[in-house]
Design a protein around this ligand. Structure first.
Ligand SMILES: [Zn+2]
Length: 340
């Protein structure tokens, strides 16, 4: 089956009351890890690439790897999503490349660092919605700003300084017509999200619940939602790494989010940790090895395990065969019919 729109996956997830992990990739091994985990758990998948990933992989390599994924795993509904598009132009180039979903992050200016105005965000996001929906492509927007910096993207704020305002969120959805909304509730990109296990003071789940009450039909997205488990940190440090102690978003908090309208959960750091831990282990235990496959295979296996676990925890496992994918053309017709 060809790549499918994200809107359909999220609509199905809402009907079934589950969430769908969105995993970041830069290379073949990461795509293979995710697809193997999806097959093993029978999960629909969202694979996402940031601007940094598109630059790293030269875009077309990534796109063709994704096409290979759809050929090798035809039973898995697979979305290719642009993570944190910084401008209308970036989203346009992704759509032209064949991405079936894009994020227009107008919460920051095109420099990817400076928090923007509400008006700028509405204007940029609405432009992307018009362009994307005409092609049946899904749009995620963001209101409020996340903490941290990842791949050069982010204002470097702490997670609490630009939380999503529920009134603004309602207005933003109304004015843009987007499909999915990323909200800021205290999470940050990268490994260093919280300095201790998060509490209601640092991770504002009640804010998320309030936003869902006001926008019951909008698919919510949690960014910066790696759990940064201690066992993955420990493997890295055991084999010569020097990670500082850190806490991520506990899986039970994500599951609470899923009960309250969260349909897409972004996970990157956990997979990075798994890969790096596995590679470090081989390097320490078998210093005579120099065939890249000797460490990339265990790395791929380690990431697959994390992804399969998250797919089960988010509830998407078992749902790959629930529905027949709708073509992008059909999605475009549906958007056009609603707009009239
Ligand atoms: Zn993000």
């Amino acid at each position: 089956m060809p790549l499918v729109s994200m809107r359909q996956l999220l609509d199905e997830a809402a009907k079934g009351g589950y969430g769908v992990g969105a995993f970041n990739v830069n290379n073949m091994e990461q795509i293979q890890s995710i697809m193997e985990a999806a097959r093993e758990t029978k999960s629909p998948v969202i694979i996402q690439a940031s601007r940094g990933a598109r630059a790293y992989s030269q875009d077309r390599f990534l796109y063709h790897l994704m096409i290979a994924a759809t050929e090798i795993y035809p039973e898995i509904p697979t979305v290719l999503h642009l993570d944190h598009g910084n401008s209308v132009e970036t989203c346009k180039s992704a759509i032209e490349m064949g991405f079936t979903s894009v994020m227009m992050d107008g919460s920051l200016m095109p420099d990817g660092k400076t928090p923007s105005s509400f008006e700028y965000n509405v204007d940029a996001t609405r432009q992307v919605v018009e362009m994307a929906h005409a092609k049946g492509v899904t749009v995620e927007g963001e209101i409020g700003c996340l903490g941290g910096i990842e791949d050069g993207h982010g204002a470097g704020l702490d997670g609490l300084s630009h939380l999503t305002d529920p009134d603004q969120a309602v207005e933003f959805v109304k004015q843009t017509g987007l499909d999915a909304l990323a909200i800021a509730i205290g999470t940050s990109h990268g490994a260093y999200k919280f300095t201790s296990k998060p509490t209601g003071e640092t991770l504002k789940m009640e804010r998320l619940i309030e936003i869902h009450k006001r926008l019951p039909n909008t698919h919510l997205v949690m960014h910066g939602s790696s759990s940064v488990p201690k066992d993955l940190q420990d493997i890295i440090n055991q084999y010569g790494g020097k990670l500082k102690p850190t806490w991520g978003v506990p899986v039970e908090e994500i599951q609470l989010g899923i009960k309250n309208g969260v349909r897409k959960i972004n996970v990157d750091t956990d997979n990075r940790l798994a890969i790096t831990g596995a590679i470090r282990k081989v390097f320490m235990e078998k210093p005579e090895e120099f065939d890249p496959r000797s460490y990339l295979k265990p790395a791929r296996e380690a990431m697959k395990k994390v992804v399969a676990l998250r797919m089960t925890q988010f509830g998407q496992a078992g749902h790959a065969g629930d529905y027949t994918p709708i073509s992008l053309e059909e999605m475009a017709d549906r958007y056009a019919a609603v707009a009239q």
